[in-house]
Design a protein around this ligand. Structure first.
Ligand code: 5GP
Length: 239
């Protein structure tokens, strides 16, 4: 399957049309941005690593019965995915307090949450992806009430699948952001990517950060951290 026309370029990925009307090719770039594009860099091999990591995770989701946009990995940097309408919501789950929530509520980073915390942000760069609630999402007209129920149910299931997957390889799933899409027949499916760009992963023994916070906070060894996540996931693949 060949890439035809680029129809969208985001911060970390490009989207191309292809010979299939019902599918698009997602191309993973090495570009990294943080703080709504204010900080930019290239992380060597990030595109390849995130493509490989996201592939393993989306296959695991399919095994767990989670509907996704994923169809096939075409090569080192390209994935074939179902064409969907992306719902402009960033859906976040937090198992351990960190990052934005730690700052907003002055709770020390690393505090475990008594239950998974479900958050929605409105995906809108101009507004800086503001935190919203379900009523705001309805008022924005981006989603229906029944879709909100589906999104929350799927999100909490995805959290369980991810927690279990990473727990097996000694990694604590601190938090993550996911996005959902709608197929032409109205089905809600997990879309976008799941990778160290979109999750916080801490080594369970050392608490070392193995995710994009290494870039955001200038901690160094960013590529090594992404390599380590792939290496551990590959250990599971062979079991
Ligand atoms: P926080 O709200 O603490 O900054 O982020 C919570 C989680 O969602 C983190 O795992 C973070 O990586 C992810 N996340 C939140 N917003 C974005 C975003 O705009 N882009 C990406 N790649 N991840 C995000």
């Amino acid at each position: 399957m060949k890439k035809l026309n680029m129809i969208y370029e985001g911060k970390a990925k490009q989207l191309y049309t292809c010979e299939r009307e019902d599918a698009l090719i997602i191309h993973y770039k090495d570009d990294a941005t943080a703080f709504n594009g204010a900080k930019k860099a290239q992380i060597e091999h990030k595109g390849m690593l995130n493509n490989a990591i996201s592939t393993i995770i989306f296959k695991e989701m399919a095994r767990a019965g989670i509907p996704t946009h994923y169809l096939e990995t075409l090569n080192d940097r390209d994935q074939l995915c179902k064409k969907v309408h992306i719902i402009p919501l960033e859906v976040i789950v937090r198992n351990v307090i960190a990052g934005g929530m730690s700052k907003r509520l002055n709770i020390p980073e690393g505090t475990p949450s008594p239950k998974p915390i479900y958050e929605l942000c409105y995906k809108n760069d101009e507004l800086g992806d503001p935190l919203i609630n379900e009523d705001h999402a309805l008022a924005l007209g981006v989603v229906s009430e029944s879709e909100l129920i589906t999104i929350k149910t799927l999100t909490l299931q995805i959290n369980e699948v991810l927690k279990k997957l990473f727990d097996q390889v000694g990694i604590l799933l601190v938090d993550f952001k996911i996005e959902f899409g709608k197929t032409p027949d109205g089905k809600i499916v997990l879309a976008d990517e799941i990778s160290p760009d979109t999750c916080r992963f801490w080594d369970k023994e050392t608490m070392m950060k193995l995710d994009k916070d290494r870039f955001r906070r200038d901690l160094g060894k960013v590529e090594d951290a992404y390599q380590e996540i792939l290496r551990r996931l590959e250990l599971i693949k062979t079991v």
